[in-house]
Design a binder for this molecule. Structure first.
Ligand code: FE2
Length: 578
């Protein structure tokens, strides 16, 4: 059959999608619009367990292995250059263990295996999430000069007291060397968000065992601890956050990822952050698609920003919520000088600070104005709160074109649970949509459910059927809104009992306080309606493309042909020599 123009491409896209129906390359199920039912997945939990799964505070800590024993481990740094020495800190009840190091990529291979004898149990501070575990290094190994940049998974195994296998995982990054990298992409992993969401030890930037009643989230969290279960490796059937079933109108919300985590012993934040749920999917997709891709952590942006200069294109993906001032400076300078930044990510929300040589991440968040000492200082711009707060005055839009506080939740809880699964397209003639066949009003990424679960947006007006920045959100001059879907800062309707709502209206009240100056019902009503957008703009000699959704990577994971095509269009254009 011979078709021409976009018809041929769309035909091929559909054929490919049908040919792929069933399983993705990595084994995960392809979900399409046709698959959606009203049947909630059954994880075998009782009503009380379901409530505990959603509202309880569970976490990994030393001792939970009980009589079987346990093994945990972390490395002395988040990332290393080739040739560096890695110190592996392991705590186990066993007298010996094995570890294997595997490059986690499209053609995964084990690069090192070793047995370590003479291990012993080490004490751990109660507040290890804040202070670090302080374990002595158990073994050192050198990164081979030939190990390519990427993510390296460590698998620790030992024999439990019952004769069964103990197993744990960790992950470190081998960053690229400096210098020109023609034709290569640099992906910057969202390690600030991994750190913020890591539940290991009991405290993170969401829940915790700090404060006088041992029930507060931690304003400081340490990198010197293991990653929680699900951040490094996940089974293919682990649910993502956005709902893949049709919630009947008026029904109480359900949170499948939280129920699955409870039923299977994973961290309740496994689907919120981490390599396994987000960054990994872009890295694998890019390599499988023929791109040469290197990996860095956000610490490199903070401490070694020149690392960007060798690349024509730098990519950010997934749930990318926590940044330092210096990280933003690095990206802004890079783009000004001609760099191209492609952000396929959502939720650019909080400023952080790094302390203890980058080993501790500080973010006071909702308590910033009350507790962060920087807020009361002569220069409060480094206060660890929302970027849009007046004391900081650096809206996320000034770097990436979009703000978290103009976007937020879509497709889960009671925030647009029956909303768009893809981005409604407004400017189909834009170069990013070339060869997609998309028309005005079409949905981009609905089959792969690429829109959610946290999205970034702007305040906007619509003229002649086209959205434009209203001028109040800090959008750079010349920014174009290419696509726009609706989101919400608040779980509604209100006839659903407050106790059944995980998200409730806390974030809406906080955003009202930040943007309007009070948290009254009237102020909440002004800010509660958000949007998730795709935008593009130039700055200096460079350019930024931003698809503001955490779940863009789900579109790549599920091989949504339109998401793949747009991603390729962006990368192809941005990789052209500057
Ligand atoms: Fe978030």
């Amino acid at each position: 059959m011979h078709l021409r123009g976009y018809e041929a491409i769309y035909f091929n896209i559909r054929q490919n999608m049908f040919a792929r129906a069933g399983r993705c390359n990595d084994g995960s199920k392809v979900v399409t619009l046709r698959d959606i039912t009203t049947e909630f997945p059954d994880f075998g939990l009782t009503e009380a367990q379901r409530r505990e799964a959603v509202f309880g505070h569970r976490f990994e800590r030393p001792g939970i292995g009980g009589d079987r024993g346990e093994i945990w481990g972390y490395t002395d740094s988040l990332s290393y250059p080739p040739g560096a020495m890695v110190r592996l800190c392991v705590n186990t009840t066993a007298e010996r263990y094995r570890f294997a190091v595997l490059r986690d990529c499209a053609s995964a291979r084990t690069v090192l295996e070793q047995e370590v004898c003479g291990t012993r149990w080490q004490d751990t501070p109660d507040q290890c999430s804040v202070l670090g575990c302080g374990w002595e290094p158990s073994v050192e190994f050198r990164i081979g000069k030939g190990w390519p940049s990427g993510a390296y998974r460590i698998t620790l195994t030992a024999e439990g007291r019952d004769g069964g296998e103990l197993r744990a995982h960790h992950l470190f990054i081998v960053r690229p060397t400096a210098g020109p990298k023609p034709g290569r992409i640099l992906q910057v992993a969202a390690t600030g968000s991994w750190t913020a969401y890591n539940t290991w030890g009991g405290s993170n930037h969401y829940q915790g065992i700090t404060g006088p009643k041992c029930n507060q989230y931690a304003t400081s969290v340490s990198l010197e601890r293991p990653w929680c279960r699900g951040f490094v490796v996940l089974p293919d059937n682990a649910p993502r956050v956005p709902l893949e079933f049709a919630l009947p109108p008026g029904a109480s919300p359900r949170y499948p990822h939280l129920e699955w985590a409870f039923a299977n012993g994973y961290s309740n934040k496994y689907a919120s952050a981490g390599w396994a749920s987000y960054d990994r999917h872009f890295f694998h997709w890019a390599e499988r698609s023929g791109y040469a891709v290197d990996l860095a952590s956000q610490h490199e942006l903070h401490c070694d920003p020149d690392i960007l200069d060798g690349y024509a294109c730098v990519v950010f993906v997934g749930h990318d919520e926590y940044w330092t001032w210096e990280m933003r400076d690095a990206v802004d300078r890079y783009v000004e000088r001609g760099g191209r930044a492609a952000r396929f990510a959502g939720n650019f929300m909080w400023q952080t600070r790094l302390e203890r040589d980058g080993k501790t991440q500080v973010c006071y968040k909702y308590r910033a104005r009350a507790e962060d000492p920087v807020y009361a200082s002569a220069d409060p711009s480094r206060t660890t709160g929302s970027w849009e707060a007046s004391e900081i005055g650096r809206p996320g839009a000034m770097t990436f074109g979009l703000n978290a506080t103009n976007g937020l939740y879509a497709g889960w809880g009671l925030c647009a649970p029956r909303g768009v699964r893809g981005f409604p397209v407004y400017r189909p003639e834009h170069w990013a949509f070339a060869d997609t066949g998309l028309c005005y009003g079409d949905l981009l990424g609905a089959d792969g459910h690429a829109f959610g679960y946290e999205v970034d947006g702007l305040d906007y007006v619509v003229r002649g059927g086209l959205p434009e920045p209203s001028g109040t959100s800090g959008a750079p001059p010349g920014l174009q809104i290419l696509a726009l879907g609706l989101s919400s800062l608040k779980e509604e309707p209100l006839n659903v009992p407050l106790d059944d709502r995980f998200l409730s209206d806390d974030d809406a009240k906080f955003v009202a306080e930040i943007r309007i100056g009070d948290a009254s019902d009237a102020a909440v009503n002004q800010v509660k309606r958000g949007a998730g957008m795709i935008v593009n703009f130039g700055r200096g000699r460079g350019e930024v493309f931003h698809a503001g959704s955490c779940e863009w990577v789900a579109g790549l994971l599920r091989r949504d042909p339109l998401v793949e095509r747009v991603t390729q269009n962006v990368l192809t254009r941005y990789l052209k020599r500057r």
